[in-house]
Design a protein around this ligand. Structure first.
Ligand code: XMP
Length: 403
């Protein structure tokens, strides 16, 4: 029998409320909500167990989506949840901490360190010795498997939270898979915008800004995220968002030529219409359960009238498979939806994937009309972007996020 069929969210909630009350007693606890399904569900569930002994904060760390802190706060603090929320503005602190870092793992580690330091300080201020967090099973599996440093995994990484940050960690959702968390969210009566919402990673937009995080780059991906989300939601992909990269290439003529020839042959177009860019910054991928940091290749195929060649997405995904199989050092293939002739500081990627367990994912078959609409609006609103790509890479060999 399917695990979801035997999972009873009502029983789970009752048992967890009981267990949380027993393990926390009359102590005060802190929970941080990012707006994703896991942390939101965790906060509402724990609030049922602890009532006003639970202090709920939204760390406005600069990497949240547009209007998100206010949106979460206004939804959860209203009836029927009545979970009071505090927005803690720590934007400058995070921007300072991440300044100048380019490597994905260094950024993830710095995010985690700053995140827990801030939470430790907040916990002390609020008189809390316990941190409740919405870690789920997949978070642990991938961090322990070495794919990436998940922001919320501590003890499994050999970090003692009490010694380092001054609190004990309680994780009510740790045995659950994402779909079970959604079942719990529905049972708790969370509005559909939350229970059916796509996941949003704890480190937020920071894992979607490839390479160095600068204020203008971050603001651009925030704007592009709002555009991509509003256009893609109609197709209900498992996860969908925008990413940003510096428009800096490395010169690797032999490799670029090789990819150009493959693309031309597979799409049956003249090689002179194919432009290959190998970007300087790298992205995270996964192979055989292990993390690898690989090249990002941008492919632009122009037609005779100067527009991009619009092949069926699944064809393009096959093209991606041919390239990444032959060249395992390539972690992603981006395909241009719009490529302006004038070079600007940034390129954007649109990501949309179908996934059940988030451990593997397929590229969503998004109609070109939607991709076009996103690209047009993005270049119109983001004057520092000259190319908008669609990411053709499944997981594996890529991860869902860029870092
Ligand atoms: P990846 O990129 O590893 O993502 O294929 C799998 C799922 O996990 C989310 N994700 C995270 N969630 N903290 C989180 O809370 C993190 O550090 C983190 N990294 C990735 C990602 O959005 C996807 O749903």
């Amino acid at each position: 029998m399917n695990v979801l069929e035997v999972f009873d969210p009502k029983k789970f909630v009752e048992a967890e409320i009981e267990r949380t009350r027993r393990s926390i007693g009359s102590e005060k606890a802190l929970v941080a909500v990012s707006g994703g399904v896991d942390s939101t569900t965790c906060a509402v569930l724990t609030h049922k167990a602890l009532g006003e002994n639970l202090v709920c904060v939204i760390l406005d760390d600069a990497f949240m989506r547009e209007g998100e802190p206010e949106y979460i706060s206004s939804t959860l603090s209203k009836s029927p949840f009545n979970v009071p929320m505090k927005i803690v503005n720590v934007r400058d602190r995070f921007m300072q901490a991440m300044k100048g870092l380019r490597d994905a793992e260094e950024k993830r580690k710095m995010f985690r360190e700053t995140f827990y330091q801030v939470l430790g300080e907040t916990a002390r201020k609020e008189g809390c010795k316990i941190l409740v967090q919405g870690t789920i099973r997949a978070d642990i599996m991938e961090t322990v498997g070495g794919v990436k440093t998940q922001h919320n995994v501590l003890e499994q990484m050999g970090i003692n939270p009490m010694e380092r940050f001054g609190f004990k960690v309680v994780e009510p959702l740790i045995t659950l898979m994402k779909e079970q968390v959604r079942m719990v969210a529905r049972h708790l009566g969370l509005p559909q915008e939350f229970s059916e919402r796509q996941p949003f990673p704890g480190p937020g937009l920071s894992v979607r800004v490839v390479g160095e995080i600068r204020p203008d780059k971050l603001e651009t991906v925030r704007k592009a995220t709002a555009i991509a989300e509003s256009e893609l939601v109609q197709h209900k992909p498992g996860q969908y968002f925008a990413v940003i990269m510096d428009n800096d290439e490395v010169q690797q003529p032999a490799e670029a030529l090789h990819i150009q020839e493959s693309v031309a042959r597979l799409l049956n177009v003249p090689a002179r219409n194919v432009r290959i860019r190998i970007f300087r910054d790298r992205a995270t991928g996964v192979k055989g359960g292990e993390r690898r940091y690989g090249k990002v290749v941008g492919v632009t195929v122009e037609t005779v009238n100067g527009r991009v060649h619009q092949s069926a997405i699944q064809n393009l995904v096959m093209l991606q498979a041919t390239i990444t199989t032959k060249m395992p050092e390539v972690a992603r293939i981006f395909y241009a939806v719009k490529d302006l002739p004038e070079k600007k500081p940034y390129v954007l990627g649109i990501r949309a994937v179908e996934t059940k367990d988030f451990l593997t994912a397929q590229v969503s078959d998004i109609p070109w009309i939607t991709l076009d609409a996103i690209a047009e609006e993005t270049v119109e609103q983001c004057s520092n972007v000259s190319t908008v790509y669609y990411d053709l890479t499944p997981k594996p060999p890529a991860t869902i996020e860029m870092e």
